[in-house]
Design a protein around this ligand. Structure first.
Ligand SMILES: *Cc1c(COP(=O)(O)O)cnc(C)c1O
Length: 512
């Protein structure tokens, strides 16, 4: 062709330049979002596999039969490692105990589909029931379930956890069960504090009441299945667990866009499907939310599971486990910080140790900002008041991957140095940041607080500019995130939400 507007090589060169602005995806410097196996060959394998199926439409596995073969392979692997191969209790489970599954575009889609399936299974035996079904879960459950409740019209009933440790008491959740509960969700482990929920106790109580239980193993699944330490049963081996999600684009080391949802019972799983023959086009039968979809992420995940096998996964899990141990011991040894609760798997959260005097305390957000100054990206998590009035502390989150082991001593040194740099610096007072804003905003902050989430786009953008979050280069965040997080906590959540929507929307607006 000779009517190209630009030279493809030049466009790719531009993309390479843009990529240089990204946070580093390899090498263990970003402790969230990316999951680096540290094995370059696996990345190459994933790229080659994805390239082979690039033109394929995953929508129709009867037309593109490679999709059916690869999906069966991935679901089969997941079913084996998560102990879903044989019914746990044949007599009790009846004829519908077979575990089946679907490959989805990611953790959120797996969680959304688990909720949609549970809602429709719940409805199917309650014809004419006008009640809105409930999801019950600890407050540490992933935000994907907030999204599912909102999208699919369920009430999300969040159970408070112990504010000191972030752990759920099974009885607190069981007390809230009732006939209107379509699904209980527990995590293996949770994202914020990496707590492994009391899955066996919760599932047992739910089984007695005929309530479905989803185990969200999106982050931990493919690491915990091969974890070098013994763990309480948490997967499909637990009677009463009706579905489980695990992300292949996390500890499955595949590129983004692939997760698996396993469901116990073919009949239950059929509620997951959308189908219609009520239009003049082709019959639409979709197990997932999208229509046309890529086969690339599936192919990459399939190739990786085939090449690694259980032993390969175990080697990588052991690397992540050793690195996690080094880093937890490092944090345990830092005066003024503490690891939150009893984390399970390759992730944990860090809070201030309030048992030492204020001058010895380390604020986890100042700590994260100091580490970022040294080139290590930790993730800041805001504090949160629970329904019972207790406050979960603000924390800093670390997700540890196999490659982290290769840089563990360097990172440990940086974590110690960052703590030394900010020890005794009090946390940012959100109320003070608010007061400062009142001075720079023409009409003061009061009208904004009163309007809460109902402000318009330009007002929101003006406020973001005043905070220093808009107007910078590209979408880059400011170097100091602690004041931003303090503000997130101090502002009414409706207003915070509206501002964040504006920020994300403006970041991708074309520049005039
Ligand atoms: C990552 C994650 C999800 C959502 O997954 P995405 O792949 O980001 O959509 C759900 N649950 C947990 C516990 C997670 O860590």
């Amino acid at each position: 062709m000779n009517d190209f507007r630009r030279d493809p090589a030049e466009v790719l060169a531009e993309l390479r330049t843009l990529r240089e602005g990204d946070a580093p995806t390899h090498g263990g410097r970003v402790l969230s979002y990316v999951y680096d196996s540290g094995v370059a060959e696996l990345d190459e394998l994933a790229a080659s596999a994805a390239r082979l199926v690039q033109p394929v439409n995953g929508l129709d596995p009867t037309t593109f039969t490679s999709v059916a073969a690869m999906e069966a392979g991935v679901v089969g692997f997941a079913r084996r490692v998560f102990h879903g191969e044989a019914p746990t209790d044949v007599a009790d489970a009846g004829s519908d105990a077979t575990v089946v599954g679907t490959v989805t575009s990611g953790g959120t889609e797996s969680c959304l589909l688990a909720v949609k399936t549970a809602r429709d299974a719940w409805r199917s035996v309650r014809v004419g029931t006008p009640r809105v079904p409930r999801i019950v879960a600890p407050i540490t459950v992933h935000a994907a379930f907030h999204k599912a409740a909102e999208y699919f019209g369920l009430v999300l009933d969040l159970v408070p956890v112990d504010p000191a440790t972030g752990t759920l008491a099974a009885s607190d959740l069981v007390d809230r069960l009732g006939d209107d509960v379509a699904l209980v969700v527990v995590s293996a482990p949770s994202y914020p504090f990496a707590g492994l929920d009391p899955i066996a106790d919760v599932a047992d109580a739910c089984r007695q009441r005929g309530i479905a239980v989803h185990v969200d193993a999106c982050i931990g699944g493919f690491a915990l299945a091969f974890w070098p330490e013994a763990l309480p049963a948490w997967d499909l081996a637990v009677p009463g667990v009706t579905s489980l999600s695990a992300d292949l684009h996390k500890y499955g080391y595949a590129p983004k866009g692939v997760s698996v949802l396993l469901t116990r019972g073919r009949d239950r799983q059929r509620h997951q499907y959308f189908r219609t023959t009520g239009w003049p086009g082709y019959p639409v039968v979709n197990p997932t939310m999208t229509g046309s979809k890529p086969a690339g992420p599936l192919a990459a995940a399939w190739a990786i599971t085939e090449v690694l096998g259980e032993d390969g996964f175990a080697t990588l899990s052991a690397k992540a486990a050793r690195a996690t141990e080094v880093l937890r011991e490092t944090v345990d040894g830092i005066e003024g910080l503490r690891v939150v609760g009893m984390p399970t798997g390759p992730l944990f959260a860090v809070a201030t140790d309030d048992s030492v005097g204020p001058e010895r305390r380390v604020d986890p957000h100042h700590w994260a900002d100091a580490a970022r100054g040294a080139g290590w990206f930790l993730q800041l998590q805001p504090g949160l008041v629970q329904a019972d009035g207790t406050r979960l502390p603000h924390t800093t989150h670390l997700t540890v991957t196999p490659v982290t082991e290769d840089v563990a001593s360097e990172l440990a040194e940086a974590l110690v140095a960052a703590a030394d740099a900010v020890r005794g610096v009090p946390r940012v007072d959100g109320e003070l940041v608010l007061a400062g804003l009142a001075d720079v905003l023409p009409g003061g902050i009061e009208p904004l607080l009163a309007a809460s989430g109902s402000i318009d786009s330009d007002t929101a953008a003006g406020l973001l500019g005043a905070i220093g979050l808009l107007g910078g280069e590209g979408g880059a965040l400011p170097a100091q995130m602690a004041p931003v997080l303090a503000l997130v906590e101090a502002l009414p959540s409706e207003l915070t939400g509206r501002l964040l929507v504006e920020l994300l929307a403006r970041v991708v607006e074309p520049r005039s």
